[in-house]
Design a protein around this ligand. Structure first.
Ligand SMILES: Cc1cc2nc3c(=O)[nH]c(=O)nc-3n(C[C@H](O)[C@H](O)[C@H](O)COP(=O)(O)O)c2cc1C
Length: 257
């Protein structure tokens, strides 16, 4: 394996950070790597906000489903799907007048633009993660930033066509145990990688993989009778998932209106 493959192979999410600040040189490379990511049409449909204010980090702990490590991360970056910059530019460039003159519809952003901008933002985020990892800096995604859209819009002054797709926490590890730590398990390849056509999975095999992962956990089936019921009651059907659905629905309906 070359160094890049080793870094990808060894990466794990890091949720406990040394209090040291990220060095300016390291921060520069993390951001540079994000900006070098592929981007649809080379249009960079995303923006990044560094959350430097400790009070804002403390608030994010609560608005992102009570995750205290956010407050302790020395570097917190908010990745935004952003079509606003282009629409500000279209306005500036008189595009709506041009459309009127030509009697054609001036299209405002729709669901597809949100998907594309979210792809751009996430690809940039993952470049930042790998760059950080190569510098000995761990990271963790916070998907819960998609919750509480009203609060996050106000906190960060987000206009209509900007959507917070992910938050990334970065920090140096408390100790460098990268070569000792166990890797997180993944599904067997044949359940997720197909040739030419999609294949529905064998559910017994799928279940067996997760039972193996959680084999040492006590009370695995405390108030349910199998693993699927556990995942549904704790995650997919939980209160935080409901809040994410509500919040994203509001964001999408405002975006396309
Ligand atoms: C889109 C996305 C959202 C995530 N949100 C959270 C989160 O809110 N809190 C958290 O602790 N980890 C979060 N994670 C990290 C995952 O839990 C983690 O990647 C997964 O358990 C696999 O572990 P690994 O990254 O160590 O291999 C998120 C990861 C992704 C890709």
């Amino acid at each position: 394996m070359n160094e890049t493959l080793k870094i990808i192979d060894n990466r794990r999410s890091l949720r406990g950070y040394d209090s040291r600040e990220i060095s300016p040189e390291h921060k520069k490379w993390i951001l540079h790597s994000a900006f070098r990511a592929p981007t649809a049409g080379n249009m960079m449909h995303y923006s990044i906000i560094e959350v430097a204010d400790q009070k804002m980090k403390d608030k994010l702990v609560k608005t992102c489903d009570n995750q205290p490590f956010i407050a302790k991360a020395p570097l917190v970056l908010l990745f935004l799907a952003d079509i606003q910059r282009w629409y500000d530019f279209f306005e500036y460039s008189g595009v709506s007048d041009l459309c009127k003159e030509r009697d054609i519809e001036y299209i405002t952003p729709k669901e597809g633009d949100l998907m594309l901008a979210s792809c751009d933002a996430l690809i940039a985020a993952q470049n930042a993660v790998i760059a950080a990892e190569s510098l000995g800096i761990g990271s963790c995604y916070i998907g819960d930033i998609m919750e509480n859209i009203e609060i996050h819009r106000e906190m960060f002054d987000l206009p209509k066509w900007v959507f917070p797709i992910t938050l990334l926490c970065f920090g140096y590890p408390l100790r460098d145990d990268r070569d000792e730590r166990e890797k997180t398990r993944r599904l067997p390849e044949h359940l997720v990688y197909f040739k030419n056509k999609y294949k529905r999975g064998n559910m017994k095999e799928f279940e067996a993989e997760y039972l193996e992962r959680y084999k040492d956990e006590k009370d695995l089936f405390k108030d349910v009778s199998n693993f699927g019921q556990r995942v549904y009651t704790r995650k997919t059907g939980s209160a935080f998932a409901a809040e994410m659905r509500r919040s994203v629905k509001v964001a999408i309906s405002d975006w396309v209106e």
